[in-house]
Ligand binder design. Structure first.
Ligand code: SF4
Ligand code: SF4
Length: 321
């Protein structure tokens, strides 16, 4: 009978641990999914058809000081739950982009409401409303100290790049992985990760916002690459963001990285789509060959519009969740 006490103690510990684990996991999982407990009223998403035009960075409404209804609530919630979430949710189980967004430091939420109001109602045909809202919220909290106009342009850029990432995942990257004419690094031995080349820099002198955007995107590249590069080996001798199994950037690729498709890949896409990829390819080539001199030059709404025409025939199969 002397051995019963330790067994009972062990059972009690296990029972309480199980309850505690549930209490931790529930809010932590909610936070990892960034379920918003705020009181925004968001207009319905626009139809995919008007997505491209509506998403031009120049369409962003002017910055205004807005009452921040969620700041206090969100702040304690993040501080309390984020550390628990990082313990309780296996990073490998979460989508890499969402996991990174969920652990970004959130030093300033003063712009979250305004950013959600300005950027949330835009149409993002490849993203669910929850996905775009989470991204706006996380990046707004992280970049809250920036000038409002720059912060919104940077967030709008990431929403665009995330959609383009989904387009490329929908087909073109499979060709890069299996048929690249220039293995092992493909086109990643160039300086594509540089946001502005010399010509861009000279032309962007008149746009402080474009220059500031480029600086912020470059800074965020380092953070994202470091996060996504954990437990991956960087391939020596090529782009510093290139791991053995591919690029370590998803949201903060430079405009040239994001839009570059080689001739062979273009031909393969045309074959695959029986000539139907021409407009998408034309938009991609136009953008990669353009000089960046203003915030609008970082993105091309036509790329998303033609990508949607190509890949959104079955919307529910392609959208990010
Ligand atoms: S775009 Fe072309 S060169 Fe670059 S990785 Fe893909 S197949 Fe290779
Ligand atoms: S940033 Fe990524 S896509 Fe661009 S060159 Fe480097 S590895 Fe390639």
């Amino acid at each position: 009978m002397a051995s019963a006490a330790p067994i009972r103690t062990a059972q009690n510990i296990f029972r309480y641990y199980d309850k505690l684990r549930f209490a931790v996991l529930l809010p932590a999982t909610a936070q990892s999914l960034r379920i918003r407990i705020t009181i925004h009223t968001r207009p319905a998403a626009h139809s995919p058809g008007c997505a491209a035009m509506a998403h031009r960075a120049s369409d962003l409404p002017p910055c205004q000081a807005r009452p921040n209804k969620t700041k206090a609530l969100l702040k304690w919630h993040l501080w309390l739950v984020l550390p628990l979430a990082s313990l309780a949710v296996n990073p490998q189980d979460a989508m890499p982009i969402d996991h990174w967004l969920s652990i970004l430091e959130q030093p300033d939420h003063s712009g979250v409401d305004g950013d959600l109001e300005a950027l949330g109602p835009k149409a993002y045909p490849f993203l669910t409303e929850q996905c775009s809202s989470n991204q706006i919220e996380s990046l707004s909290g992280h970049l809250g100290a920036l000038k409002c106009a720059v912060r919104r342009q940077v967030i709008a850029y990431t929403l665009y790049i995330r959609q383009l990432d989904i387009i490329l995942e929908s087909g073109p990257r499979a060709y890069c992985a299996g048929h690249c004419p220039n293995p092992p690094a493909g086109c990643c031995n160039r300086d594509h990760f540089v946001i502005l080349n010399m010509t861009d820099l000279m032309n962007a002198q008149g746009s402080p916002t474009a220059l500031h955007m480029a600086h912020v995107i470059g800074r965020m590249q380092k953070l994202e690459s470091a996060h996504n590069g954990r437990e991956r080996s960087i391939r020596p001798g090529y782009c510093s963001c290139l791991a053995e199994d591919g690029c370590t950037l998803r949201l903060f690729k430079s405009p040239r990285c994001a839009h570059y498709l080689c001739e062979q890949l273009g031909q393969a896409m045309q074959q695959r789509h029986e000539g139907g990829a021409a407009l998408f390819l034309e938009a991609m080539r136009y953008t990669v060959g353009s000089t960046i001199s203003s915030p609008e030059d970082f993105t091309n709404p036509g790329v998303i519009a033609h990508g949607a025409a190509l890949y959104l025939a079955h919307p529910d199969q392609t959208r990010a969740s």
